[in-house]
Design a protein around this ligand. Sequence first.
Ligand code: PAF
Length: 278
Amino acid sequence: MEIVRTPAEVRAALVAAERPLGLVPTMGALHAGHLALVRRAREECRSVAVSVFVNPLQFGPNEDYDRYPRAFEGDVAALREAGVDLVYAPDAATMYPPGFGTTVDPGPVGAVYEGALRLGHFRGVATVCTKLFATVGPDRAYFGAKDAQQVAVLRRVVADLDLPVELVVCPTVREPDGLALSSRNAYLDREQRASAPSLHRALEAIAAAARAGEVDRDRAIARGRAELSAPLREAYLDVVDPATFVTVAQVRPPALAIASAWAGTTRLIDNEPIEAQP
Ligand code: PAF
């Protein structure tokens, strides 16, 4: 496994890479969710690259960029074990050198929900992913379904900018009690951790209401809200179109129940598809 630090080194390392080439973009502090993406890429691609870069452009001024978990040595060991061919780990000055001025604005899909709570977040995600796609040139890029709005944003970017990469979305990996895996779960204290699975229960309640024939959005959301348990505090709970993140008028498939809640100063997100009955 090669570890490289600059776009020129990436290109040199991948010039003869066997295709298809899969890319798993990460911010490091890898958990079982990331490793599931790597495993899927390994199954489907002849070569696999993983980027490890905590992207300052997607963090707001009052967010956790400085304290975001970093665990490069452990990440490298896990990626070697997983059979990855290349790790691209640039520093911030390489990704955004002095004079850097071009960013990718994904438009309306990036302006609501997470985009409204984290101004500039999706511009940061869209910019870094566009740069990673340009540098690595993957045939496929792998993302987790937990970050559903990120997926919707990147689908928009790939379509709008004619980027020759297929996005592969892998199922959310959960703890046995339903909590979606996230590097930020490490911030939760015991009480917050105990209430955190109620976020997923809220989403399941909305999906169950839809399956039982509830089409009224407010009533379905109220069923979900009843599941959220303190000290978790709702940031948003809604049902949206999975491609545009526009709020649906009625809860009918295909739709996506989305939720976010504060646990102290940490904000958790999750989602649950509302699918047609077989
Ligand atoms: O999902 C993440 O970890 C990040 O948003 C990503 C896609 C690696 C871009 O920095």
